[in-house]
Design a protein around this ligand. Structure first.
Ligand code: S3P
Length: 173
């Protein structure tokens, strides 16, 4: 089985995924880390040197590779992964996967992202809280229809990592 975690940048996909994988004794894969190890460049370097379209092609290729692989795993996607090409259909049509949207509010995302924007090329130009709020407001609005297609939606605001993990586990039994 592959448990796929999706949601906006900063919603906690990797942190939650790592803890979930420990509890389930599944392998943990982070799609950004997977891309970086395969390409031998950081996501930031790929965006800067080859452009976002190249990144999106690689993201789709490696997503497919992982979805076709054997073994139980938890997969944390990149924030944009479900929103490009036919990635969302690949995820939903995969008979061995269950998908979760980790839904966080904009204030929560801003507070998680404000000190973590440098490795994220799409938001590294944002400075004030107002700039973050305006950008995230539009971007999340565009992306929500994709995230909402996940098999389950889990609200993450005001919840600890363990509480969120528990909610996911309960959906699996
Ligand atoms: C992106 C999110 C990032 C990474 C890349 C693009 C996006 O992943 O894939 O910077 O389009 O939202 P995280 O959600 O892990 O930050």
């Amino acid at each position: 089985m592959i448990i796929v975690l999706m949601g906006y940048m900063g919603c906690g996909k990797s942190t939650i995924g790592r803890q979930l994988s420990k509890i389930l004794r599944f392998d943990f894969l982070d799609l950004d880390d997977y891309i970086e190890s395969k390409e031998q460049y950081s996501v930031k370097e790929i965006f800067n040197n080859k452009g976002e379209i190249y990144f999106r092609k690689k993201e789709a290729t490696y997503l497919k590779e992982i979805l076709e692989s054997k073994g139980n795993k938890v997969l944390a996607l990149g924030g944009g992964t479900p929103c490009y090409g036919n990635n969302i259909d690949l995820i939903l049509n995969s008979k061995i996967s269950k998908s979760f949207y980790l839904k966080a509010s904009i204030p929560q995302l801003i507070s998680n992202l404000k000190n973590e924007k440098d490795k994220r090329p799409l938001i590294s130009h944002l400075n004030s809280k107002e700039e973050f709020a305006e950008y995230l407001g539009k971007h999340l609005f565009e992306r929500s229809p994709f995230y909402s297609k996940a098999n389950y939606t889990i609200s993450t605001d005001q919840k600890s990592v363990s509480e969120i993990v528990e909610k996911i586990v309960l959906k699996l039994v």
